[in-house]
Design a protein around this ligand. Structure first.
Ligand code: FES
Length: 157
């Protein structure tokens, strides 16, 4: 009889289900753990989570889409997120965005060829009185000018 080896991703998710439980409230912690390890949540992982938690895959996809820190595709080693909400917009977000795009030679939504940086827009980062706000990985930078943005980019490894 042919014994099929269990897929490594399935095993990983089974362990996460053991750790977090198989209720609906376990979904976000499981997704966060996969995101932390793989830097994104592959399609197959979404299907396996859906199967093991008995949730429709569409619901899993909508949770991933809702949270900016969860991704369905691989991204750069560093994620640079610029707030696009109205207060930061009025504070000069557009000039910061242009400076960043010019410096890296990519647009928001893209990743540099060397995989160093992915650019994304996000909604309010809770720093509205200190905009434009920039989130680099897990660190928030307030009052970012175009010059300061370039300086921040140059510090990213
Ligand atoms: S509007 Fe940009 S941080 Fe709130």
């Amino acid at each position: 009889m042919l014994l099929l080896e269990k897929n490594a991703m399935t095993e990983e998710i089974e362990l996460l289900v053991k750790k977090h439980g198989n209720s609906r409230s376990a979904l976000l912690p499981i997704l966060q753990d996969i995101q932390r390890k793989h830097k994104y949540i592959p399609d197959f992982a979404q299907q396996e989570i859906a199967r093991l938690l008995d949730i429709h895959p569409v619901e899993i996809y909508s949770v991933i889409s809702f949270y900016a820190f969860l991704n369905t595709h691989p991204k750069g080693r560093n994620i640079v997120r610029l707030c696009q909400t109205i207060t930061c917009d009025l504070a000069g977000k557009e000039n910061v965005a242009k400076a960043i795009e010019r410096e890296l030679g990519i647009k928001f939504g893209e990743t540099t060829k060397d995989n160093r940086i992915t650019l994304e827009y996000v909604n309010c980062l809770g720093m509205c009185d200190q905009g434009p706000a920039l989130l680099v990985n897990e660190r928030v930078y307030p009052k970012v000018s175009p010059e300061k943005a370039i300086q921040i980019l140059n510090e990213i490894k």
